[in-house]
Every structure is written in C-alpha cells, then in structure tokens.
Ligand binder design. Structure first.
Ligand code: NAP
Ligand code: ZN
Ligand code: ZN
Length: 349
C-alpha cells in the first residue's frame, strides 16, 4: 500500500478538497503509475453532483490520465519502469463475456465496465479513485502506451474526449463525402472536429457560442452555425449525414434531428441528467436514426493514441493547478474552456 495525495468531493455538490488515499501494492499484473497530468471531463462534474444517481463519496474524479511507470508486477509484459502510460475511463471488466472478448470492454455484459473512479473493484468491492491524485495502480490490460513524441499534458484528454469521439467516427466509417455536424464545441466537440476533419469529412460546428467561430475554423471546421440564430439553423436543414451530439445539457432534440438528411444519424455522446424527448415523426420522415456510443475499447483507444501520434493530433488545453479545480468546473459549466482543462498534478505536492 502507498499513501497518495488527491482531491476529492466529500459529498454531492460540496467543493473538492484535499484528500489522502491508499493505493494497493502492485499485483503480478499491475502497473504503478506516477500521474503527471489529468484532464477534466464534464462527466467528472455530472458525477460529483450525482446527476446520474448512485455516486460513491468521497469521490476522486479523473479519467484522462497520463504518467510514468514507477513499478511493475512480476507478470507484466508490456510496460517497464520509466515508460509513459495512460489510463482512461475504465480499469477492469469481466474479461470473458462476448463484448470483453471482442475488445469492447466498455460494453461488458457481466460486471459492466469498472470505472476508473466512482465504481467498485471486482473482488474487493473497494471504491475506485481516479486521476486527481499523484499515483494509480492499474492492471496492464487496461493501461495504454503513450508516445513520447507528443506534449503529454495535451495527450491526457485523448484518454476520454479523444476516444469517445474517435470511436463513433470509425464505427460509422465517416470519411470523404460525408457532411458531419459537431454539436457543442467543448472538450469532446473540439476533438470530434479534429478527427472528422482528419478523416476527410466536411465538418460543421453547431454552437451556442458565437465567439467560438474562429477557433472552430482553426480546429478544422469548414462551417460554423450559431444555433440560436434561426436563419443560420435553417440554412442547414436536411443537410447532415451525421450529427455528433456532445451537448452536456438538456435541449430540444427535434430541432437538431431535423438537420439530418434522409438516412442520417445523430450519435448521442453527451449525457444530460434528463431523458431526451423526440417525436416519432422527426425520425420516420427521412428514415433518420438516433444512436449512442460509449467511450471505446482498450484496443481502439490504443489505435486512437497511435493515430494521434502519427498525425500530430492533441487536445487544446488550459493547464491548471488542482487548487483551481472548483473554479474550472464553474467555467466549464458556462462553456468557457479552450477546450479542455488539464490538471498539472505536480500541484498536489
Ligand atoms: P464540455 O467541455 O462542457 O462541452 C459541452 C459543450 O456543450 C459546451 O462547450 C457547449 O458548447 C455545449 N453546451 C453546454 N451547455 C449547453 C446548453 N445548455 N445548450 C446547448 N449547448 C450547450 O463537456 P465535455 O467534457 O465535452 O462532455 C460533453 C458531454 O459528453 C457530457 O455530458 C459528458 O458527460 C459526456 N461524455 C460522454 C462520454 C461517452 O462515452 N458517451 C464520454 C465523455 C463525456 P457551445 O459553447 O459550442 O454551445
Ligand atoms: Zn470523460
Ligand atoms: Zn465482460
């Protein structure tokens, strides 16, 4: 066991504060990682506010982790002390069900994916604690290789925002000739723009924030639509093959579904606390579809990290100290982040 400094939410809607926790000694298949950077995902905020229900407190959030290996168990094959390593949204799953066998551990049918935080370890039932901490111990099967070619602080958000947007774009084979809309230009949205543009699609950002237009274009978007402007919205009616919906708040889905052309698909990534409302007519006229997608499997996460290293793709970030986390959440809620906060965990010392 080793004691690790961290920041935790003591209960729902109470600001995060300094916290100390014990990490297990690395077992035979475990990698011990000194955390260097951890991204701040809107899911962290949903969960510390218990907006999805069932939150476990005290909660140490953080599932966009990059660090350096400081110890490995006897049977670890793919990591050695000194290697760079990443940890995303999950640290375990049943490993034997069809989804796990197919490398889609996030859809595990037996235990469900075991979240990096706000979950309970298989076997011990102990709560898992995330990356707003100095150190983590994870089975190497759920640990990712990180290239030393990229800026590590800017790599951290790839472990959630990156894979969550990369996976559906690959699943639906998005590429040249497709018109893709990205709804919400935040952490996930800005990565979706980068990936969809890199894959050769025509990319439009649908945003509530008129002041993000220049950034959207710099990220690779071809068009920018301010969704509060009815005329602008009308100009893209029946237009898109795909809409990647990353919005974290409840909104009128029908308005946006109507922007899909025949056979177009809206892929839900954002998870507002309330259920979406849609009328059947919005779907049956145009044979439109609404789908969802949850992060990505371990193998695909590695593929995405390798793709990013090859194409020099990283997140655009604002580096913060852990002491600034509560203020960062307030800014994230207002859509005021360019485009991901990343915690420099050296500030925990
Ligand atoms: P974020 O950085 O806060 O970005 C969300 C964006 O949505 C904002 O920047 C804003 O963009 C837009 N938005 C916010 N409130 C809005 C409102 N009331 N109406 C319209 N647009 C609004 O959040 P994130 O970290 O990218 O996460 C986005 C969502 O994805 C969260 O719900 C998160 O839990 C979820 N998520 C899902 C998965 C998955 O596996 N499916 C993985 C990670 C995160 P504009 O300023 O451009 O309008
Ligand atoms: Zn996340
Ligand atoms: Zn499984």
């Amino acid at each position: 066991m080793s004691t690790t400094k961290a920041y935790a939410a003591p209960a729902a809607n109470i600001p995060l504060e300094p916290f100390s926790l014990e990490r297990r000694a690395p077992g035979a298949h475990d990698v011990q990682i000194e955390i260097l950077f951890c991204g701040v995902c809107h899911s962290d905020l949903h969960q510390i506010r218990d907006e999805w229900g069932g939150s476990i407190f005290p909660m140490v959030p953080g599932h966009e982790i990059v660090g350096r290996v400081t110890a490995v168990g006897d049977h670890v094959k793919n990591f050695k002390v000194g290697d760079l390593a990443g940890v995303g949204c999950m640290v375990d799953s049943c490993r034997t069900c069809p989804s796990c066998q197919e490398g889609l551990e996030q859809y595990c049918e037996v235990t469900g994916m075991i979240g990096t935080y706000n979950a309970r370890e298989i076997g011990t039932g102990q709560p898992t604690y995330g990356g707003y901490s100095q150190q983590i111990v994870v089975d190497e099967k759920y640990t990712l290789k990180v290239s030393d070619k990229l800026d590590l602080a800017r790599v951290a958000p790839l472990l959630c925002a990156g894979i969550t947007t990369y996976s559906p774009l690959r699943q639906w084979k998005v590429g040249p000739g497709h018109r893709v809309a990205v709804m919400g230009l935040g952490g996930l949205g800005h990565m979706a723009v980068k990936f969809a543009a890199a894959l050769g699609a025509e990319v439009t950002v649908l945003s509530t924030s008129a002041n993000k237009e220049a950034d959207a274009k710099a990220l690779g978007a071809h068009k920018f639509v301010v969704t509060k402007d009815a005329e602008q919205l009308k100009s893209v009616g029946n237009y898109f093959d795909f809409i990647i919906n990353t919005v974290s708040a409840q909104l009128d889905l029908a308005t946006y579904v109507n922007l899909l052309r025949r056979d177009g698909t809206m892929i839900l990534l954002g998870v507002p606390s309330e259920a979406p409302h849609i009328h059947a007519f919005n779907l049956i006229s145009g044979r439109r579809r609404i789908a969802g997608s949850l992060i990505g499997g371990i193998a695909e996460t590695q593929e995405m990290l390798d793709f990013c290293a090859e194409h020099n793709i990283m997140s655009d970030i604002e580096l913060i100290k852990i002491q600034d986390i509560n203020e960062a959440y307030e800014r994230m809620l207002k859509g005021d982040v360019k485009y991901r906060f990343v915690i420099d965990t050296a500030s925990l010392n």
